[in-house]
Design a binder for this molecule. Structure first.
Ligand SMILES: Cc1cc2nc3c(=O)[nH]c(=O)nc-3n(C[C@H](O)[C@H](O)[C@H](O)COP(=O)(O)OP(=O)(O)OC[C@H]3O[C@@H](n4cnc5c(N)ncnc54)[C@H](O)[C@@H]3O)c2cc1C
Length: 432
């Protein structure tokens, strides 16, 4: 089932304890609910269902942690792809407040999960810093910071000037930045594997290398899930396949509601000497304000630099070269330092830039579309997705309040993504 992406060894794979042997589903079985996809969304949903006494089974097509949950940047944040002020303008202040609260709850859920399953995933609640690459970007950050403080009463945000940015990041050239004390960084694969191991230890059935290849609606209710070596009869299923919804036909219509966008990461060899001690000394996550947003963080003594680009369907060398060039431009002091790891994965973009949970019909529920910010959110939405499965009330603001719409011109999505990415890169290059 795994594509060429599995061949690339990420820094996370190299630094996490070895994965357990795959546990494939074979034969025929039954359960109340099947969760399809074993990333943060699938595991958090199964966790919440099991807590409610539901007989639940998780079916993952690849090895556990193969998807975005095992290969992301490990930035823990409660933000959405659209800002809270924009939400207030579009949907009203109460909605913006609720979404802000959901973001904070998602962040707070991370240490709770780590404690519950005794996971050491190197979580540092060190906050995040947004770095303005132009004066106009700094003005926009200042406006956002004021709005968050005055209107939402968020006291965790503050502004840094250009000098403070240099001492915080070790990079020159930023005009200032906005510091958010909430959130931090984590080892994403240790987190994912820790969750899976903890849930398995508690008796939850989690199968990997077990792709669901088809979902059959049975005339008298329930579903028959087809797998290469078996089938499972369930009352309901949850699609937690996010950007990988096109892996098999089981993705059905849901795959047309997200655009998979390739995101890539490079990691340096360990930093030493003054560079090692001065670069990103506070150990936060850092994002640039460019349209084709680049981000960076440290993991141990290595620098990780990531971003989205016009990568297309597969990993491509020129995309990594562009990322490395951007890193060396930002941090000239890294001259000569080797890049030891290069990897990528797919993020799921939605038409309204928001994640969504919802129902396709009375038997199928979905949760997806984190637009590249799913570490905290995907780990948090599970309890609400479980409530939806159980027909309990769900109040997750726009996440369940708005429908996940189909992507128009879906067959042309790849070309569209690359055109938009290319155009954004051009605008960034010209400082627009
Ligand atoms: C390179 C990269 C960097 C990122 N950086 C960050 C970051 O720093 N911070 C942040 O908040 N977010 C980040 N993200 C996004 C974040 O990783 C995702 O939003 C989150 O992991 C989504 O979790 P998920 O469980 O919904 O999806 P996934 O973890 O992708 O899991 C979906 C799973 O479904 C499985 N599947 C698909 N079809 C089937 C089938 N038919 N049968 C069985 N299984 C199936 C797939 O194999 C896959 O494992 C990043 C993503 C990428 C790719």
């Amino acid at each position: 089932m795994a594509s060429s992406q599995a061949d690339i060894v990420s820094l996370w794979q190299e630094t996490a304890p070895p994965s357990t042997k795959p546990l494939r589903f074979t034969g025929s079985g039954q359960a109340d609910v099947a969760v399809i996809g074993g990333g943060y969304t699938g595991l958090s949903t199964a966790h919440a269902l099991a807590r409610e006494g539901v007989d639940v089974v998780v079916l993952e097509a690849n090895r556990l942690g193969w998807g975005a949950s095992g290969r992301n940047g490990g930035v823990v944040s409660g933000k959405f792809r659209i800002g809270f002020a924009q939400m207030a303008r579009r949907w009203g202040l109460d909605v913006a407040k609720r979404m802000h609260e959901i973001g904070l709850k998602a962040i707070d859920n991370i240490p709770d999960l780590l404690a519950e399953f005794e996971i050491d995933a190197e979580y540092q609640p060190s906050g995040s810093l947004r770095c303005a690459h132009r004066p106009e970007a700094l003005a926009a950050l200042q406006e956002e910071c004021d709005w968050l403080g005055h209107t939402l009463g968020d006291s965790s945000v503050s502004m840094l000037d250009a000098c403070q940015m240099t001492s915080e990041t070790g990079a020159t050239g930023f005009f200032g930045g906005m510091l958010n004390q909430r959130g931090g960084v984590i080892h994403p694969l240790k987190f994912q594997r820790g969750l899976a191991a903890g849930l398995r230890a508690g008796g939850l059935a989690i199968y990997d290398e077990s792709p669901v290849t088809g979902i059959e609606h049975l005339p008298r209710g329930g579903l028959n899930l087809h797998l290469p070596q078996g089938q499972i009869r369930v009352q309901q299923a949850v699609l937690a396949t996010n950007a990988y919804s096109s892996l098999t036909a089981a993705g059905g219509t849901i795959r047309r509601r997200v655009v998979p966008f390739r995101s890539a990461i490079i990691a340096t060899a360990p930093l030493t000497g003054t560079v090692g001690s001065t670069l990103l000394a506070e150990g936060r996550s850092y994002t640039e304000t460019r349209r084709m947003m680049r981000w960076f963080r440290k993991s141990g003594d290595r620098l990780l630099f990531g971003g989205r680009g016009a990568f297309g369907k597969k990993n491509n060398a020129s995309g990594f070269v562009a990322l490395e060039k951007a890193m060396r431009r930002q941090f000239p002091q890294l001259e000569g330092l080797e890049i030891t790891h290069r990897w990528s994965g797919l993020v799921a973009m939605t038409m309204d830039s928001l994640p969504h949970i919802g129902r396709l019909d009375d038997r199928l529920t979905y949760a997806m579309g984190y637009n590249g910010t799913g570490v905290a959110m995907a780990s948090y939405v599970g309890r609400h997705t479980a409530a939806m499965v159980l027909n309990q009330p769900v109040d997750l603001g726009l996440i369940n309040g708005l429908a996940l719409r189909n992507v128009p011109f879906y067959p042309a999505r790849e070309i569209g993504v690359r055109l938009v990415a290319g155009w954004y890169q051009t605008l960034d290059a010209f400082g627009k």
